[in-house]
Design a protein around this ligand. Sequence first.
Ligand code: AMP
Length: 403
Amino acid sequence: MSIHNVLVVNAGSSSLKFMLFDMVSEKMLAKGQVERIGIGRSLFSYSTEGFSEKQVPCEAPDHTSAVQLACNALIAPEKGGCLKALSDIDAVGHRIVHGGEKYSTPVLLTEEAQAEIVKLIPLAPLHNPASLQGVKGCEHVLPGVPHVGIFDTAFHQTMPEESYLYGLPRVLHEKLGVRKYGFHGTSHKFVTQRAAEVLGKPVETVNLVTCHLGNGSSITAVKDGKCWDTSMGMTPLAGVMMGTRSGDFDPAIVLYLLKNGYTAEAIDKLINKESGVLALGGTGSSDMRDLCAARERGESAAQLAMARLVHSYAMYVGGYVAQLGHVDAIVMTGGIGENSWETREALVKAISGLGVTLDVEVNRMCRGSEATISGSDSAIPVMVLPTNEELMIARETFTLLSK
Ligand code: AMP
């Protein structure tokens, strides 16, 4: 099957982001998003070569109408005329959060595959239904086009049992699927492949610690090009501290709070939406830029929050380096990893016991571009590699359908 143009769709419960790629050149041809789907006052943003519009009011009562808006824009001559006709879209790649133990690779989204994703809804009650709404919307607007699912959990399915099992009775894994799954897999895979290219080594020979640091963050140990362990768990709450998520904490605290009058819903909100940088930083914001500015002004809460955040990163990086033995590179990516030189500087300082050093100037200059920020005497190279999850989804879609 000849695949040229791939549309990448990332559907949330009330939003739908899309990007169109020419897979011959891997060039991004257009991108956009529909916000506030199904909740009124919907907004549409779109850009392609020579055209851009931002947050224009639109009608998007459901995901199908959102896909229709996206497709109308792609073929509208007055909006840059990116495509001549919708028949120029050869395939759609869908980001799907949870593939459970079933999916370790991309899959053609047949009726059967979609039924399997429905079965995984208990593991991702907010995300998988939204992804499926995006798939249904695209099937409606683009009939006859192959749809491929790419799972955030897939890259992590190579974890050995000693990485993914919790210290809990095995029956919980067997009966309820309680285990570590990991997330951000598409990003960890993208930077793993890119790091191998930069290092000039075949991907199946690289050992890395990849740090996807953004509003949500996860750190992955990559052994021989495959995931060996990762910081997020059964849900994206576990691991390092994040913008509004607590990261790891003593699970018995949940019981303590329940006994002290908190409801399960209140605890859910507390640990997912009201914790992390937002809770500790004292700025009323979960945004790293606000935290760094407050820290620069000498605000003590911001200094503490930054120290706590970096401490949690260093715990994982250090633990993974120790267990991997040889590490070809520590990679930083995501909004914070790519842009926040302050956080990178603090992290490299925190892991200096590993013999890692920083080129302070190169690190300060690096904003959203590829760079090796470690010093020439560093025991392990430290790289900044911008991630591109959408391109990775387009590549995986292309590869599956080109077989
Ligand atoms: P992501 O979830 O990957 O989009 O990353 C979002 C996070 O990246 C937010 O906390 C932002 O504050 C942070 N970020 C983006 N740009 C910068 C920047 N220039 N400096 C510091 N943090 C940044």
